[in-house]
Design a binder for this molecule. Sequence first.
Ligand SMILES: [Zn+2]
Length: 69
Amino acid sequence: MTAPAIGQSRPVPVSVSEVLPWLVGVVLFGLLLYYFIGIDEGATSVFGNTMVVHEFVHDARHFLGFPCH
Ligand SMILES: [Zn+2]
């Protein structure tokens, strides 16, 4: 097997079993981010009425267009 010449590339085969844990992890992390930035507030807050998470992500919430106050 020879190395590809400069400027050429070859696709690397990756099996589903190798990718699946990363895919699941990225989806779960994305859902957590989505929840804490967009939804975690008031009665749905994981940490109760402390508003710590809400205040921490407040600017991101407004920047992304989630309703806030
Ligand atoms: Zn706000």
